[in-house]
Design a binder for this molecule. Structure first.
Ligand code: ZN
Ligand code: ZN
Length: 143
C-alpha cells in the first residue's frame, strides 16, 4: 500500500519532468497525505526530523519547482502567508479566524461571469471566505 503511494508520487514527478529525488518525493508525499494546505515552514518542521539532510532552502526551492510545473497551487492569504495545495481542481477556501485552518469547498470561478475582468490579467483564481469553523464555534459556545 505504502509502496504504491510512493510509486504514484514518483510517477507524478517524472510526468512533470522533475527528477524524483528522495527529498522531492517526500515533500510531494507530505502534501498528498496532509491536505491541510501547509506552509513551507510546516513541511520543513514535519520532515526535518526524519530527513536530517533536508534544508529549509531545499523545501522552498522544491515547492517553487512544484508550483512552476503545476503540481501544486500556491494560496496567499492576506498577501502574507503562503500555503501549498495539492488539489488542482478549482475550489474555494474557507479560512477560520480562530484556528487559522483552511478548509476546501466546491467552487468554480469559471462557472460564473468574469467578463468584468476581461481587460485584466488574472494571476490567481483563489477565492477565500473568512469566518469561524464549526469546531471553533462549538468551543466558543461552551465558554
Ligand atoms: Zn477554527
Ligand atoms: Zn485547497
Amino acid at each position: 500500500m505504502e509502496n504504491n503511494l510512493f510509486k504514484d508520487i514518483k510517477t507524478r514527478l517524472i510526468d512533470a519532468e522533475i527528477r524524483p529525488t528522495y527529498q522531492r518525493i517526500k515533500i510531494l508525499e507530505y502534501l498528498d497525505e496532509h491536505r491541510t494546505h501547509p506552509t513551507a515552514d510546516e513541511i520543513y518542521s514535519s520532515l526535518a526530523p526524519s530527513i536530517p539532510t533536508l534544508s529549509k532552502t531545499t523545501v522552498y526551492n522544491t515547492l517553487a519547482t512544484f508550483k512552476e510545473s503545476g503540481l501544486v497551487n500556491e494560496i496567499r492569504i492576506n498577501g502574507i502567508e503562503t500555503r501549498f495545495d495539492i488539489i488542482l481542481k478549482p475550489h474555494g477556501h474557507f479560512t477560520c479566524v480562530e484556528c487559522g485552518e483552511l478548509f476546501d469547498f466546491d467552487y468554480n470561478i469559471d462557472s460564473f461571469a468574469t467578463k468584468d475582468l476581461n481587460d485584466y490579467k488574472i494571476l490567481n483564481k483563489s477565492f477565500i471566505v473568512e469566518g469561524i469553523c464549526p469546531k471553533c464555534l462549538k468551543t466558543k459556545q461552551k465558554q
